[in-house]
Ligand binder design. Structure first.
Ligand code: ASP
Ligand code: MG
Length: 420
């Protein structure tokens, strides 16, 4: 058994969906559970629908949603020669459900509506792909993952109920593989015990795939991406970035922690628990070897660079020159948690605490105003945070040349600097 995950970029056009079919066609006779994301940019587009709806702009929400509908129907129309009607019928059932909701007034939390609306992206994409594969004689079974993955009701960041989900996989998914080689389902979404849709956090499809891989005792999981493999830096920022053929689980967690957009960090644990190797491969050129991620020690890694732009530094000083103690810091961390803000770097001094964050304006404003009740707060925006793992002094020098370093932290493996 294999588990494949196809992300938004791998299904965002007619060509790419055809390409996905070509990849699956190369794995005849294998049992594959395929987890698929929403078509690229659709989750963002659906987020806009949620915001309009929540701000009582029902007309705007409906018109934004209409554009999303048209886009999916347009893709389906172009893709199919025979199965269009069947696919459109299933899509229309999903559309109607969302449209009903969009006519209502919001009376529950934003996060609740977010999940009821945003989950549609994955339902639409998998519906189209499953029907297309059938048309191409790649027999498969489409599954609504909300019948399988049970979560709590922490909307937008729901936690999987491991026992219940495992029981569902044993009862529903494993028997399907007696009849079908390919099962198609959605990443990122689940449902509560009251059948409310939930989501597992942005980019959560990698994690869904890992949950399935763990519970199905898969031999391997493969994440198909638009890059040739995991790279040692983002090639958009560093064109000289190189491929890393082999990594271990721990290094990937470290990379994700420092902000490398490789793999959702929650993905690793379920795989590590069952020692399931994770492959990252290019859907554009599947013959390339990609990256293998496993439990073994990997020697001689290249320096790994993560550059985060658009960072905000918040400096909080005690008002009366007293030490910044556990109480202040505890209070600040409580605020971060409430706002779902994760500091990318922190530093404590005698009378000051410094935190560095992604610049999410509403959250930073709220943080600053609340923290100012007890502390003197200063903010500086427009900074960059550079992290290098397995650094060399030469590389560090090169990347910080002509920059104004505000803050620096260093361990044996990792160096981080905040720069102006
Ligand atoms: N579609 C979701 C997102 O864009 C989940 C995913 O792609 O993994 O965040
Ligand atoms: Mg994605």
């Amino acid at each position: 058994m294999r588990v494949f995950k196809f992300g938004g970029a791998s299904v965002n056009s007619v060509e790419r969906i055809k390409n996905l079919a070509d990849i699956l066609a190369q794995y005849k006779q294998e049992k594959i559970l395929v987890v698929i994301s929403a078509m690229g940019k659709m989750t963002n587009a659906l987020e806009k629908v949620v915001t309009a709806f929540f701000n009582h702009k029902n007309e705007e929400a409906l018109s934004l949603f209409n554009a999303i509908k048209e886009q999916h129907l347009g893709t389906a129309k172009e893709l199919f020669s025979e199965n269009y009607e069947r696919c459109a019928q299933q899509l229309n059932d999903f559309f109607t459900e969302i449209e009903w909701l969009l006519h209502d007034k919001p009376i529950k939390s934003y996060d609740y509506y977010y999940d009821q609306i945003v989950c549609a992206g994955e339902l639409f994409s998998t519906c189209i792909i499953s029907h297309y594969l059938i048309e191409k004689k790649i027999i498969n079974k489409w599954v609504d993952v909300r019948d399988i993955i049970r979560t709590d009701d922490n909307f937008r960041d729901a936690s999987v109920d491991w026992d219940f989900t495992l029981a569902r996989i044993k009862a529903e998914i494993i028997p399907l593989f007696n009849k079908f080689d390919i099962v198609i389902t959605q990443g990122f979404i689940g449902a509560t015990d009251e059948n409310e849709s939930t989501t597992l956090g942005r980019e959560g499809s990698d994690y869904t795939a890992a949950v399935f891989a763990n519970m199905l005792d898969a031999e391997t999981q493969t994440i198909w991406k638009d890059v040739e493999s995991v790279m040692n830096a983002d090639p958009k920022q560093f064109p000289e970035a190189i491929s890393i053929p082999e990594l271990n689980y721990k290094e990937v967690i470290e990379m994700a922690y420092y902000g490398a957009q490789v793999i959702h960090p929650k993905t690793i644990k379920p795989l590590q628990n069952k020692n399931i190797p994770l492959y990252v491969k290019s859907f554009i050129n599947p013959t390339l070897p990609g990256t293998i991620i496993h439990n073994q020690i990997v020697r001689s890694l290249p320096s790994i660079i993560v550059l985060k732009e658009n960072q905000v530094m918040i400096e909080a000083n005690s008002k009366d020159f007293s030490f910044i103690g556990e109480q202040h810091i505890g209070h600040l961390y409580h605020l971060f948690e409430q706002l779902h803000l994760k500091p990318n770097l922190t530093q404590n001094g005698a009378i000051s605490f410094v935190g560095v964050f992604d610049d999410i304006k509403e959250k930073i404003d709220k943080l600053a105003s609340t923290a100012s009740e007890n502390l003197d707060v200063h903010i500086e925006k427009g900074l960059s945070l550079l992290t290098i793992r397995h650094y060399t002094n030469d590389l560090f020098k090169k990347l910080t040349e002509k920059k104004n370093i505000i803050l620096k932290q260093q361990t044996q493996e990792t160096i981080q600097v905040l720069m102006r």
